[in-house]
Design a protein around this ligand. Structure first.
Ligand code: ADP
Ligand code: MG
Length: 621
């Protein structure tokens, strides 16, 4: 048998990492701005041309780099920010993985000009597709300027899937605003084509928020400030009267890093219980500060997810902090913070029959399960979609509840129920949804995703595409020795009866199976599954069978854990016959094109069939 395993070249490894770090021009803007912040810059100028497609340039007056560092900064895992594993638990910088510049340089043309304060001459380095080009001296002006041109020049799949300039520019603006909001002490400018879009001078937090959103926001802000031993929170929440029908104005920062945290988001919404009708979202710009050792930011390559040690404590403190803020500014009725719930119940009218408040909770709701019918996800669609979601969760009368005759009597509204809203899962706002151009896409025979590209039409096999996505996610974790793949704990362990030999095989393989997200314990009749990979949908028995199917295969080719990863991916991936809604199709394709080999499934079968414009035209000849 010939040997088939090869070490991936540095370039390919970087391109794979780029698939995770750089999804679109906005990702480059974010990474470069964060590097400038980390370099201690007091002024950061961002320039983009054609929404970043043609040029992204970030110039700062930070510490700069000495020549050898300038050469090294494009190496994979080259970072000045951490040096040992323990440092991961004390991260104060934005970056630490040392993969942004290497990734960007592998998929674009990059020019770096930098000069360290203590050097007499600057350095200029040009990179093309990961290759170091010319290195020249340049004038000594302390700081760094990085230009990124021809993004995705060697990744056509990504390039073809970029959206219109308007949409890509929205993403750039989002990233710019997130960094600018978190660093009110830094002077930021943003120029698009020839126009200056932002010029944000250093100032107070309030000035920065108003600078970013516009002067009419000044009166909409309610300051929040609270600090305890565990954490502190400051910032602003919006007055309920100015709430919007979208989540576009919600910003949560943890240690000056923009994060998406569904639970805290829900807690904040809960603070508004009774103040907002369903489907309305308040503005907030909140900054949490917490000891970095109690925080894990290394969960995802883009670092927008965090985990807290003391999740519950923070939740418990955040809610009253916001209520108090709202109460102080007399925008909320006086609320009793010690009470469990925030129902406002006026004295009962003795002549009126007591109506027991009905709280309907959808017991079947499973936050890990993406509903397959698009109606349940109506919250994502503009125009009353949220109401559909509301109805489907709580029933029609949740909305039609009879107006109380006595207006003083405020009926407990369903708004106090924590809504496990489906669009928390997606985190996409209506605004984004409405603003994004619709890429024509539909599902054919419940099995293929048909979509238009710039050069023709593609049909993507949904089952194989998802296998590829799941497979790469599993393998990356296997290789990187990172924490286990996010795994979903089962409420009740599930017994899988196995012959002794199979059970022993499972137990012997436990360490790498855990890494793949499969957790279990020994049982006299087999094993008890306690956790499964969070992605995908399958029964525990099918997953175990997938593992055991590789038990007796010979050791040729790829390693057993990788073969098992492929089998698991097959079991977990969405099956043919599963109806996908527009969002699911788009997400799947987006992730597929982030893969290193989007065109093949883990077993080498084609994922995509392409139909070139020419071929199509010929058919009509
Ligand atoms: P990370 O930010 O995770 O360390 P990057 O690939 O983004 O990784 O950057 C690699 C290194 O290059 C940084 O650790 C830093 O030392 C240096 N660097 C990058 N951008 C700048 C900048 N604007 N000014 C000074 N040094 C920089
Ligand atoms: Mg960085």
């Amino acid at each position: 048998m010939p040997e088939v395993i090869r070490q991936l070249s540095e370039l390919v490894a970087n391109q794979i990492a780029a698939g995770e770090v750089v999804q679109r021009p906005a990702s480059v803007v974010k990474e470069l701005m964060e590097n400038s912040v980390d370099a201690g810059a007091k002024r950061i100028d961002v320039r983009v041309v054609d929404a970043g497609r043609t040029l992204i340039q970030v110039t700062d007056n930070g510490v700069g780099m000495v020549r050898n560092d300038a050469r090294r900064c494009f190496d994979r895992h080259a970072t000045s920010k951490i040096s040992k594993a323990e440092d991961l638990f004390a991260i104060v910088s934005k970056g630490f993985r040392g993969e942004a510049l290497a990734s960007i340089a592998s998929i674009a043309h990059v020019e770096l000009k930098t000069c360290h304060a203590e050097e007499e001459e600057g350095t200029r380095i040009q990179m093309k597709g990961g290759q170091v080009g010319e290195e020249l001296p340049c004038p000594a002006e302390t700081g760094t300027s990085i230009s990124v041109k021809h993004l995705f020049f060697n990744v056509p799949a990504r390039r073809n899937f970029l959206k219109s300039d308007a949409v890509e520019m929205r993403h750039v603006l989002d990233e710019f605003q997130r960094v600018a909001l978190a660093h009110e002490g830094i002077h930021f400018t943003l120029q698009h084509n020839q126009a200056e879009m932002f010029n944000l001078k250093p100032g107070s937090q309030r000035q920065r928020v108003v600078g970013v959103f516009g002067s009419k926001y000044d009166e909409r802000l309610v300051p929040i400030e609270e600090s305890t031993d565990v954490f502190s929170v400051e910032g602003f929440v919006g007055k309920p009267a100015f709430a919007r029908r979208s989540r576009g104005e919600q910003f949560l920062f943890v240690n000056q890093r923009f994060v998406k945290h569904h639970v805290l988001n829900r807690v904040i919404m809960e603070a508004y219980a009774g103040l907002l009708p369903p489907g309305q979202f308040p503005l907030y710009v909140l900054f949490l500060t917490i000891d970095p050792s109690r925080l894990d930011v290394n969960i995802h390559p883009t670092k927008t997810e965090v985990k807290f040690d003391e999740d519950r404590t923070i939740q418990a403190l955040l809610l009253p902090a916001i209520r108090r803020g709202l109460g102080k500014y007399a925008v909320a009725p006086s609320l009793d913070f010690d009470q469990e719930s925030s129902l406002i119940i006026a004295p009962l009218d003795v002549h009126r029959a007591v109506i027991e408040p009905q709280v309907r909770v959808n017991k079947d709701y499973n936050p890990f399960h993406v509903p397959s019918d698009s109606k349940a996800r109506g919250g994502l669609r503009p125009g009353g979609g949220q109401i559909d979601a509301w109805k489907s969760l709580y029933g029609q009368d949740a909305l039609n509840s009879e107006e109380p005759k006595n207006k003083e009597w405020i009926q407990p509204t369903p708004a106090v129920v924590v809504l496990p809203s489906t669009d928390f899962i997606q985190g996409r706002s209506l605004e984004e949804e409405a603003g994004s151009e619709v890429r024509p896409m539909f599902q054919f025979q419940k099995r293929y995703i048909v979509t238009a590209t710039q050069s023709g039409m593609w049909m993507v096999d949904q089952h194989r595409a998802h296998q590829r996505v799941v497979y790469e996610a599993l393998v990356v974790r296997l290789e990187s020795n990172e924490k286990a793949v996010s795994s979903q704990q089962l409420l009740f362990p599930e017994l899988v009866v196995l012959p002794a030999a199979d059970r022993d095989f499972m137990l012997d393989s436990a360490s790498w199976l855990n890494q793949l997200g499969l957790h279990f314990q020994s049982h006299e009749d087999g094993i008890e599954i306690t956790g499964m990979p969070a992605e995908g949908e399958t029964r525990s028995i099918d997953l175990v069978e997938a593992v055991l199917s590789e038990k007796d295969s010979d050791g040729s080719g790829i390693s057993r854990p990788e073969r098992v990863a492929a089998q698991m991916a097959r079991a977990l991936a969405v099956k043919p016959g599963r109806v996908l809604n527009a969002q699911e199709m788009e997400d799947l394709l987006d992730r597929l094109f982030g893969c290193s080999t989007p065109s093949l499934d883990p077993f080498g079968k084609p994922v995509i069939a392409t139909f070139e414009m020419k071929e199509i035209e010929q058919r009509f000849n």
